[in-house]
Design a protein around this ligand. Structure first.
Ligand code: UDP
Length: 369
């Protein structure tokens, strides 16, 4: 029997990381053939290429160049490009990840051509429909044939919304697979930590790692100000390391605030995955608005403060590893940072057994052959 063809649509940093686990297995299996489409949503070397190299992924077979623009413009241009690829490739299924515009465009292009869609990280909900990620998640889940959920909460959300039970498959979190595989390879010596120790005297276990990139923070000056002020104050007590997302860098540069921030915190370019793992693993505290980084904090048992009003990874709040800190004013963010520093949560069994990718490929094989 000829191999079944899967077109994987990815375009943003977290998707390269998630896809690396599944792509490695698809490549090994002669009953499957994967064709990767990169939409171009993230395109800088340190937001894209570095992940393909470091995580051992084959270069994309199709490279689109859709970067920038409004949500409608970006998603629309992706739809046009992805549709052309799907018409040429005629795959048996389309695989999409997470909650970006690339996810939605891949799902819509496929379902309109009657190609079944597999959504990895299905069912997550923040219940904030003003966030672009939430809209992308809901619409993608609605048209997907396979809903691969990472957590119990995600499965419950889908059942509540009326998704078919036989479409939902609780496989665990592919990011946990990747963290298990790569996290163990990283220790405190050398790498970015070694460099920061040499330059700034940074010691493992004695710094706060921060990331900020979500539109709900970068595009709202009062929220971004609260975060920047809180991190600036906090840096007087503990060193703060901030690998800066290009969107955040550009907003802060426009506001003329980059120099002041750079004097307070250790400002860095976006890091590679393994460098980020090292920074996460040896942090005393993580402060972030990222979805993935919240979970990675727990994978390395580092307390986390999330600069958002809500999160889709609710189990980490219940377990005490994560604390929500809505960015209203700097003083309350600072209290949250103080409260979380040195805290621990309860052990969780929430993200599967590190075999999510294996279970996804097994299910696709079973249903497609
Ligand atoms: N990440 C990285 N380098 C960085 C910042 C983040 O490799 O400088 C990784 C991080 O470890 C996690 C993923 O990117 O695996 C999270 O992506 P991001 O925060 O961009 O998006 P989100 O998870 O919020 O969708």
């Amino acid at each position: 029997m000829p191999p079944k063809k899967i077109v994987t649509v990815i375009g943003a940093r977290p998707q390269f990381i998630k896809a690396s686990a599944v792509s490695a297995l698809l490549r090994q299996d002669e009953r499957m053939r994967e064709v990767v489409v990169h939409t171009g949503q993230h395109f800088d070397t340190n937001m894209s290429d570095v992940f393909f190299e470091e995580l051992g992924m084959a270069p994309p077979a199709h490279q689109c160049a859709v970067h920038g623009g409004s949500h409608g413009e970006m998603t629309g241009r992706m739809l046009v490009d992805i549709e052309k690829v799907l018409l040429a490739e005629q795959p048996d299924a389309v695989l999409v990840y997470g909650d970006t515009n690339s996810t939605l465009a891949g799902a819509v292009a496929a379902v309109k051509l009657h190609i079944p869609v597999a959504h990895v990280e299905a069912g997550l909900r923040s219940f904030n429909v003003r966030s672009p990620e939430e809209v992308n998640r809901i619409l993608t889940d609605r048209v997907s044939r396979w809903l691969f959920t990472p957590t119990n909460a995600a499965g419950a959300n889908l059942r509540h919304e009326g998704s078919r039970a036989d479409h939902i498959d609780q496989v665990g979190d592919v990011m946990f697979d990747v963290a298990l595989h790569h996290g163990a390879r990283v220790d405190e010596h050398g790498g970015v930590l070694g460099e920061l120790r040499r330059i700034y005297g940074l010691r493992p276990g004695a710094y706060c790692l921060a990331t900020i990139h979500r539109a709900e923070n970068t595009d709202h000056p009062a929220r971004l100000t609260a975060i920047v002020e809180a991190l600036t104050h906090f840096s007087k007590e503990i060193k703060v390391v901030l690998p800066l997302h290009p969107r955040t860098r550009s907003v802060l540069a426009q506001q003329g605030r980059l120099d002041a921030l750079e004097r307070a915190v250790i400002l860095m370019e976006p890091q590679s995955y393994l460098a980020m793992v090292q920074l996460e693993k040896y942090a005393a505290l993580i402060a972030t608005d990222s979805g993935g980084v919240q979970k990675e904090a727990y994978f390395y048992r580092v307390p986390c403060v999330t600069f958002r009003d809500e999160t889709e990874w609710v189990e980490l709040l219940d377990a005490g590893w994560n604390r929500l800190a809505p960015p209203a004013e700097a003083a309350t963010l600072l209290s949250s940072l103080h409260a979380s520093l040195g805290s621990k949560g309860a052990e969780l069994d929430a993200y599967g057994a590190g075999d999510a990718a294996k279970r996804i490929v097994a299910r696709l094989l079973r249903d497609l052959h």
